[in-house]
Ligand binder design. Structure first.
Ligand code: AMP
Length: 574
């Protein structure tokens, strides 16, 4: 199948902003795609070659693409850079440069989808010495065999900036239309539900499309979890208070909400797979957990869920999330990391045991099965700590103890609820954690954006005041909360914020800008962490702009003292 067929659809997608139009274009393409290419097309439509749960990444940077474009088109690198600076888009750059050379090229050139897909995949697998040259030649080969327009999309895909990519919802609806003939009304609702179920089980729309095409509704509804492939987990809803949460269910248990990372473990005999909440495969990073699952889980075949935390090797006490993220990111010298940062696993659910799906068992039943399956190793491999009580005083004490122990809060779980994959549903889990007060911080730097945010500052360095020196110290990078388009009156767009900051630019280096501290932003965040990467020694996790505080001058902004106090308070004053 020719790549140009996909490219035509990319063009169509970039011209239609209407969702229905997009669905129609994608559905038509899916219908005309053969079985072998279906998974490839579905991924390429999303600008990807790996499902989101794969631990592989195409990983090509702007700089390398500049080089590739230069060697493939014969234009010197500085000319390519100049064009890139004008357009802010390397895809357009390669297209324009190739167009301008067109007269010299004989005949039309075309690549096929399989070739593009396989070359993109190869990009992820080359590593080590000489890998740069190999990557250059892989993309160059594609460009040399492409039309200018095809080259544009190849370059954008390699950079992970397809721009016309379609969201998963569009793919889902296109599958409904293409293979189930469902485009509206109840018929569509039923089809979408079946497709979603299959997606919850397989987490890969390529595979879901193939199931829909080959086996229709029956195949989709019957899709089951496959050991070794991650599924979309049950999500929690927020509750304003413990009391409120306890009023929501008739029968419930309160569990510690551990401050770590969610893990799903799949076991089939001696084989074990581990996936994170974002469904990344982290089996290699955690040989210690793999070994413990092998030894301490009695079921031969099962799928478990739990939360992992890093612990201090001496005291066994939980360590902040950053220590764990070092383990998650680490790809080499893993044995050394296992020693340096040991982990503790707290299991809280089981969704498959000995080949039987447990999604339609109640939580009470699942917890019982879980308790039978796990042999606890104190401090390392345990069942999540829980309390069954209806007494608010007792539950409050349990909650306070969890906070004192450095955990995030508690989960209140409905004992009568079934497991609903991939959903935040009423009736399942309610999370209770202390509400973090917002901070008023000052913008002291920014990074120029790329892609949709090209030409504007795309993320902002936040600073808090050092009371001693009067200087502002970095405590985070924020992009969330600032809007691409204005939909509400008090929305602030990247463009507006950039205009406000432009006159305060002190210096620029690469794509980073230093900004005179003038503008105060009220910032919400999930958590304050210690961090050596920022001059304040603190980093806000998931900072988000709440509003501009034009009524405040930088001198009124929050200082180190308050940040430090909130850091301590969030851990129950520990
Ligand atoms: P949140 O990420 O704030 O929506 O909270 C849900 C997350 O809390 C889950 O995805 C888990 O990673 C984590 N978690 C920690 N302890 C538990 C627990 N006992 N039960 C369920 N989830 C937990």
């Amino acid at each position: 199948m020719l790549y140009s067929k996909l490219v035509d659809v990319y063009d169509e997608l970039s011209e239609t902003s209407a969702r229905l139009g997009k669905i129609e274009a994608v559905a038509k393409l899916l219908k005309g795609t053969d079985n072998d290419n279906l998974p490839r097309v579905v991924l390429l439509l999303q600008g990807k070659v790996f499902p989101s749960w794969s631990d592989e990444d195409i990983g090509v940077a702007d700089k390398m693409v500049l080089k590739i474009v230069s060697t493939a088109t014969g234009f010197p690198e500085n000319e390519v850079t100049k064009k890139y600076n004008e357009t802010g888009d390397l895809g357009l750059t390669v297209e324009t440069l190739m167009e301008s050379k067109r007269q010299q090229t004989l005949g039309a050139k075309h690549v096929d989808i399989e070739k593009v897909f396989e070359n993109m995949k190869k990009l992820a697998s080359v590593e080590g010495k000489g890998s740069q040259e190999v990557k250059v030649s892989i993309v160059k080969e594609l460009i040399m065999h492409s039309s200018p327009k095809e080259a544009k999309y190849i370059v954008r895909t390699a950079l992970g900036q397809l721009r016309v990519g379609v969201a998963e919802g569009v793919i889902r609806d296109a599958i409904a239309s293409a293979f189930l003939g469902a485009t509206e009304g109840d018929e569509k609702k039923v089809a979408v539900k079946a497709i979603e179920w299959a997606w919850f089980m397989r987490s890969d729309y390529g595979e879901v499309a193939r199931i829909a095409k080959d086996r229709g509704m029956k195949g989709l509804r019957g899709a089951s979890l496959e050991i070794g492939k991650p599924f979309q987990v049950l999500l929690a809803e927020k509750s304003p208070s413990l009391e409120e949460a306890m009023k929501s269910f008739e029968n419930f248990q309160v569990e510690v909400k551990f401050d770590g990372a969610r893990i799903q473990a799949h076991k089939d005999g001696d084989r074990v797979w581990l996936f994170t909440r974002r469904l990344e495969n982290v089996t290699t990073q955690f040989p210690d957990i793999v070994e413990m699952v092998r030894k301490n889980v009695s079921a031969k075949k099962c799928v478990l869920e739990g939360e992992i935390m890093a612990v201090d090797p001496e005291s066994g006490k939980p360590l902040p999330f950053q220590s764990l993220s070092q383990r998650i990111r680490r790809k080499y010298e893993i044995d050394m990391m296992v020693e340096k940062i040991p982990v503790q696993t707290n299991w809280f659910d089981i969704v498959q045991a000995e080949g039987k799906s447990l999604f339609s068992e109640t939580f009470r039943e699942r917890r019982e099965i879980l308790e039978c399956c796990i042999r606890e190793v104190t401090g390392r491999f345990q069942l999540s700590k829980q309390l069954t009580t209806k007494d608010i005083g007792e539950a409050e004490k349990f909650y306070q103890e969890a906070l004192q122990a450095g955990q995030e809060g508690v989960m209140v779980k409905n004992l009568d609820a079934l497991y609903q994959p991939g959903r935040r549903v009423a009736g399942g889990w309610l999370k209770v954690k202390p509400i973090m007060e917002t901070l008023d911080l000052v913008i002291i730097g920014a990074q120029w954006g790329t892609g949709k945010r090209a030409g504007w500052m795309g993320s902002f360095v936040l600073g808090c005041r050092d009371e001693e020196s009067g200087e502002f110290l970095e405590c985070g990078m924020m992009g969330t909360g600032v809007k691409e388009k204005k939909t509400e009156d008090d929305d602030i767009t990247f463009k507006e914020l950039t205009e406000m900051l432009r006159s305060h630019i002190v210096s620029e280096k690469g794509n980073m800008v230093t900004i005179r501290p003038k503008i105060v932003i009220e910032t919400a965040y999930e958590e304050i962490q210690k961090s050596p990467n920022y001059s304040s020694g603190y980093a806000l996790r998931f900072p988000r702009m709440v509003r501009m505080r034009s009524d405040k001058s930088p001198e009124d902004a929050d200082g180190m003292e308050r940040v430090g106090r909130l850091y301590v308070q969030q851990k129950g004053g520990k």
